[in-house]
Design a protein around this ligand. Structure first.
Ligand code: NCD
Ligand code: ZN
Length: 347
């Protein structure tokens, strides 16, 4: 019989997918990410989106300026791909150390994606250049045809867009972001060296029933939407396997409470206040705490061809109560698991 250790120490993890927003909201949520992660891949879906290296340099400076005193955190910037993006802008931004990766939002797939890509062919010249340079493409993998059922959009995207793209451009290095289905986990696991996937804490811990438990739960609505239980179980197996194709990406996406508690509420779950603790709980439940470091701290840097972090972080098995809100007044955000007791705590 094995017993769960009372604490674990791992290399400091990174968050390979986060929405830090800008201005007052960024100042409210950034400390949550910086307390646990050494680096984060920062999503570019601001309004207007971060489409140029100059805009990314400005945004990066605002993030660094907003860090709490003594924080050790490096934002890794991404370019928002549009039909108009010039290959040279990406190539130069990458060479200058501004762009770590490029994000593809299919137009109208999710929050702030109105400037997204309308057809893959429109960005093929950029993707070919990225493939030649080894710049990772980060994909929001959902079909946008309104005829496609919301629960099928990820699987349809893989069949109709991702597989043909990879057949055309096998050297392109791709991260399928925030995967939610067994189909995605299977595809990525067997997809070779040039594909990987991030998995969120919320998709490991809720299925679609949770969104409707006792009424509609706007704070559990995100895109891609949580799927049925068999998919959650497939994601848990993928993450806990330690397989190099899978790594941590919270997709923490804060929205002020009134914009979620509305007739047409925004998509996005704010997990930065509780993420690492929740992931640790999943690995404990899977009896896989010995593989937590691979998922949280090793597989991501390996795919991104970056060094692993040298510092360590300790998590203790010690109950604590998750915060009920982050931020004040009109900008207050409702964290995932707000007010609930969590088993693991960052020491
Ligand atoms: C994200 C956001 O709010 O920016 N929302 C979400 O539901 N995940 C956008 C995204 O990553 O799809
Ligand atoms: Zn996201």
């Amino acid at each position: 019989m094995t017993t769960t250790p009372v604490q674990i120490t791992i290399r400091r993890p990174d968050d390979w997918h986060v929405h830090l927003r800008d201005g007052a909201m960024m100042r409210a949520v950034l400390p949550c990410t910086a307390r646990q992660f050494a680096r984060a891949i920062v999503m570019p879906n601001l309004v207007p989106p971060v489409t140029t290296a100059a805009a990314a340099v400005g945004y990066r400076a605002r993030i660094v300026a907003a860090l709490p005193a003594g924080a050790d955190f490096t934002p890794l910037m991404t370019a928002y791909l549009t039909d108009e993006t010039e290959p040279q802008e990406i190539a130069r931004g990458h060479a200058d150390g501004v762009f770590t990766a490029v994000k593809l939002y299919p137009a109208h797939a999710t929050t702030n994606s109105a400037y997204g890509v309308t057809a893959i062919d429109k960005v093929m010249r950029v993707l070919e250049r990225m493939a030649a340079l080894g710049v990772p493409l980060l994909v929001h993998g959902e079909a946008t045809d309104p005829e496609v059922d919301i629960f099928d959009r990820e699987a349809v995207f893989i069949d109709h867009t991702l597989i043909p793209l990879r057949r055309h451009l096998p050297e392109l290095r791709i991260v399928l972001e925030h995967i939610t289905t067994q189909e995605a986990a299977d595809y990525v696991e067997h997809g070779g060296d040039n594909i990987a996937a991030t998995i969120t804490a919320h998709h490991l811990t809720i299925n679609r029933n949770a969104i409707f438990q006792g009424g509609i739960r706007p704070h559990l609505y995100c895109l891609p939407i949580a799927k049925r239980e068999k998919h959650r179980l497939a994601l848990r197996r993928a993450a806990a396997s330690g397989d190099r194709h899978f790594f941590l990406g919270t997709d923490s996406a804060p929205h002020a409470a009134p914009t979620k508690e509305a007739a047409c509420g925004c998509a996005g779950i704010f997990t930065a206040a509780t993420a690492l603790e929740l992931y640790a709980g999943v690995f404990e439940e899977k009896g896989a705490l010995d593989r937590f470091e691979a998922f949280a701290s090793l597989n991501g840097p390996a795919f991104y061809r970056l060094l692993v972090n040298e510092e360590r972080i300790t998590l203790r098995r010690e109950p604590w109560t998750a915060p009920s809100t982050i931020g004040d007044g009109k900008l207050a955000v409702h964290p995932f698991r707000a007010g609930e007791t969590l088993r693991w705590r960052v020491a």
